[in-house]
Design a binder for this molecule. Structure first.
Ligand code: GDP
Length: 270
């Protein structure tokens, strides 16, 4: 449904075809809707919001050199603004396939080439709970693998523009929230585990070891092929930068780092 909606949306208004976009993804409850709503409300003008049952698209702006705050009134200052879209995608398991397909296909349509970055939001407090890391890592694994495949897709010498990933460690205002450095290592450890179990799946899927197409196997291996432990740094081999940055949508800067660092990161990518 998401690609269908996006296609309908983009074809409906040619103005939007050229706008750079940021995809917000993550497990349900991470705070994606809260973030998009907050950025929209504090935006200089009430942002244009497009809502469907599953997808939320907000148009935002940053000044030309990317230094403005999300709460600056760019119209009042007479600044030349760069407009961009923030697209909140459904975190529900059943709807993830469409988002992933979007990332994998190195399609030549304007909407895809304008995708500038992915913000993967997690609940830093939920990560401290049983099964929290596993729940947050599985979708991240799929997203990173999709982006990695996209870089490798097609044999043309011209690789598509790299799409960086921000792991937005949300809800840093809660005292049970894990710090960003710990979230990074815990996600890396879980992504290593997922990688190991999926590669075993490949080998024990009924085909003899000799029949396993090693080219395909390395295609489905996240990060540095054959490495024991996964680290986000391995994604650089595919030109994909991954940053883990703590913040909070609720509570402002009194209770945590707020959203400013995320905004800076996004402004730098559009
Ligand atoms: P989504 O499913 O990812 O879109 O998550 P929502 O935006 O619906 O947020 C889920 C819940 O987390 C809501 O009750 C939000 O109010 C809450 N929430 C979002 N951001 C924060 C935050 O920074 N701190 C705290 N304490 N709660 C948050």
């Amino acid at each position: 449904l998401f690609p269908v909606f996006l296609h309908w949306f983009l074809s409906r208004s040619t103005a939007y075809i050229t706008l750079p976009s940021i995809l917000v993804a993550g497990p349900p409850g991470a705070g994606k809707t809260a973030l998009i709503t907050r950025l929209e409300r504090r935006a200089p003008k009430p942002a244009t919001t497009y809502t469907s049952q599953t997808t939320n698209i907000v148009e935002l702006a940053v000044n030309e050199d990317g230094s403005s705050s999300y709460s600056d009134d760019l119209d009042a200052s007479g600044a030349v603004a760069k407009k961009f879209l923030v697209i909140d995608t459904p975190g529900h398991g059943k709807l993830r396939g469409a988002t992933l397909a979007r990332l994998t296909t190195a399609s030549s349509t304007a909407s895809d080439t304008k995708l500038r970055a992915v913000v993967y939001m997690v609940d830093s407090a939920a990560l401290a709970e049983d099964g929290g890391v596993a729940a947050a890592a599985s979708y991240l694994y799929d997203i990173l693998l999709a982006l990695q495949k996209r870089m490798g897709a097609g044999n043309s010498s011209k690789a598509p523009p790299a799409i960086p990933v921000l792991v937005a460690a949300n809800k840093a205002d809660l005292f049970t929230a894990l710090p960003a450095a710990l979230i990074k290592t815990q996600l890396e450890a879980e992504l290593s585990r997922i990688r190991t179990s999926r590669s075993k799946g490949l080998l024990s899927s009924g085909v003899g070891a000799d029949d396993v197409d090693s080219a395909n196997e390395s295609d489905d291996w996240l990060g540095e092929y054959g490495s024991k432990a996964f680290s986000f740094a391995q994604m650089r081999e595919f030109d994909i930068d991954v940053d883990v940055v703590a913040g909070n949508v609720v509570g402002g800067t009194d209770s945590g780092p707020g959203v400013d660092k995320w905004w800076r990161w996004i402004a730098d990518k559009v």
